[in-house]
Design a protein around this ligand. Structure first.
Ligand SMILES: Nc1ncnc2c1ncn2[C@@H]1O[C@H](COP(=O)(O)OP(=O)(O)OP(=O)(O)O)[C@@H](O)[C@H]1O
Length: 293
């Protein structure tokens, strides 16, 4: 079987808008490939064409030009979706079912053998840490819980490729961190994940590679580390930095042909600070070193 999970070639999608046949180009000559067992983030601002690209990959929309395939099978074939799980951007779930009933329902319609449905459901409820709330009706779930149960339904049939459209949209940092862990554990289970988001800080720590779209075009693509690392620079973190030594340090560096560009105090992210001071962060009321906050 193909080692490339998703292959897209010259994908273009025009929508007809308005009465006079005016066209809007939502996706413009996009080509990219997603390798097997990779977490790929498709990023970009609102309206840049991410969801349209996903819908074409899933065979929910026909492209105007170009083609795409999933594990070597053209997206136009129903067979290409046998091994795919999908969480749409705004999923609608029947609110009177419990979480467990909902996941079982999707297991049945995705063809999970009857004898395996119970175990598979329990397994994915645990994966998304919703086993304790699985007896509650979906209509009572918070946004984060809905996203988690949405991921559970997307993976209950053990698909090889999982496509998640804005999995952390509207979810607080605690919920987002849990979803990020869940996505990483999907990779550990050998899955390929394509996720779509405009929340860049959240996907930075999850994705192996990203593609950035702008106005329908894929404007940048690569390994996250390659794109973000300034390879010709180093940061030194110094405890008890002696301000008086800065000139000396600068001179030493200059002697070696280097230049001191910046001296600043390291900062933790606001996300991390939030996690440290809220119920599900492990260190509520404590600083990182264990003292009272
Ligand atoms: N069915 C449609 N008919 C007409 N225009 C559409 C249709 N679907 C999407 N578009 C337009 O195509 C462009 C790309 O939309 P798309 O939903 O793919 O963007 P997106 O990157 O997913 O945005 P967001 O981050 O807001 O979800 C937008 O200008 C949108 O208005």
């Amino acid at each position: 079987m193909s080692k490339t999970a998703i292959q897209i070639n010259g994908l273009t999608k025009d929508f007809r808008i308005g009465m006079r046949g005016v066209k809007l180009r939502a996706v413009d000559e996009v080509s990219l490939s997603v390798a097997d067992n990779e977490i790929f983030g498709l990023l970009g601002p609102n309206g840049c064409g991410k969801s349209t690209t996903m819908k074409i990959i899933l065979g929910l929309l026909d492209p105007t030009r170009g083609d795409c395939s999933i594990y070597g099978i053209p997206s136009t074939s129903v067979k290409s979706r046998d091994d795919v799980g999908f969480l749409p951007e705004a999923p609608y779930f029947y609110r009177y079912l419990t979480g467990r009933e909902l996941v079982k329902f999707y297991a049945r319609i995705c063809g999970v053998p009857k004898s395996e449905i119970e175990d598979r459901t329990q397994d994915v409820l645990k994966l998304v840490t919703m086993d304790e709330a699985a007896h509650r009706r979906v209509g009572t779930y918070s946004k984060g819980m809905l996203q988690r149960i949405g991921i559970a339904q997307a993976v209950v049939h053990d698909p090889r490729l999982v496509i998640l459209d804005e999995p952390t949209a509207g979810v607080d940092p605690i919920g987002s961190a849990a979803i990020a862990d869940m996505i990483r554990s999907l990779k550990e289970r050998g899955k390929t994940v394509l996720l779509c988001s405009h929340l860049l800080a959240q996907v930075e720590g999850i994705c192996d590679r990203v593609g950035i779209m702008n106005r329908g075009k894929l404007v940048l693509e690569g390994q996250v580390d390659d794109l973000l690392e300034k390879r010709d620079m180093r940061s030194l973190v110094v405890e008890h930095f002696p301000e008086s030594a800065e000139a000396e340090i600068k001179a030493v560096l200059e002697k070696h042909g280097a230049k001191l560009v910046n001296v600043e105090s390291p900062r933790i992210s606001l996300d991390r600070l939030f996690l440290q001071h809220t119920d599900d962060g492990k260190v509520k009321g404590k600083t990182e070193k264990g003292g009272d906050a």
